[in-house]
Design a protein around this ligand. Sequence first.
Ligand SMILES: [Zn+2]
Ligand SMILES: [Zn+2]
Length: 319
Amino acid sequence: MSLSEAVLPVSIEPHDDESGLGYCLRVISGNGASLHALRRLVEIDNIGRFTTKHAQSLGRVFQRSSEWLEMALPTAEKTKPYQRDYFGHRWFSRNHLRTQNPQVCIRCIHAKGYCRAIWDVSIGTVCLEHRCQLVDFCAQCRKPLRWDRPRIDVGHCGHLLKTMPETRVTLRLFNLQSFLEQKFHACFAAEASPDTCHLTLLNRLSLSGIHSVIVGFGLRRRPLEVLHATARTKTYQCKEWAEIVERGLDRLNQFETSTSMHDGLSEVIVESLLEQMVLNHESVHDQKAALTLIEQIFKRKISAEFGSQFAHLSQLELF
Ligand SMILES: [Zn+2]
Ligand SMILES: [Zn+2]
């Protein structure tokens, strides 16, 4: 039998909220093989990533319909402007999704036996069920977690993933997680999910827009901090994301509650992240929110600079 006809003996059904990459790992390890072996079966090179391009071949190997995989695997990255689809949402920066450096809830992993798709969203760093922070490294040897590992509950290092001393989850991160999860799964809900974030600005944004605004507000640790060119798109550890998000939510709260704070905010907010949102994001609400923030915080009329391209935005009521 040629490789192109090979199928795995044990067929395993995915969970609705399961990460596509996590599912690939769960199925292949359930069949006693590794992701490297799976790459060979679907003819990807040794370090290649699984994307929607491989959904058909993976469906054949797993003996399942490829429809779910089409949605649950990230699309191949499209650059200029950066775009990637995952679970019915479009993402506009390479660090919005953790497709290379996963994070997990150790308790969920052991209790449920699968990786949730929401864990692949970088700014979501909390497990609502266990009220703990997600982790992205092995407690025993501190090596970062990778998708290429023997099983979902075992690190690449070979150690069983174990819980570590609890990091306190703040109410602010907990509430944001709840809001993100509703947004993330809204495409499957029969009715649109209610707006639940007390920060009005975030309610109508796309998930990628929420990421850009929170990180735009929270990336700088102190006023006028000079950021390296890669700071906007680099991969951060789960703990670092949690710190960025905490700062971002704190400053957003200041922005929404006190107009006298706006002047100070121009020294901490990363304007280029908001500019990219105006130029690259497809959601009109994202574009409008970013324009409004630039105008109110930096006193700059970016819409005038780009002319009629953004004429449609002036018709929209954002808040
Ligand atoms: Zn959990
Ligand atoms: Zn280890």
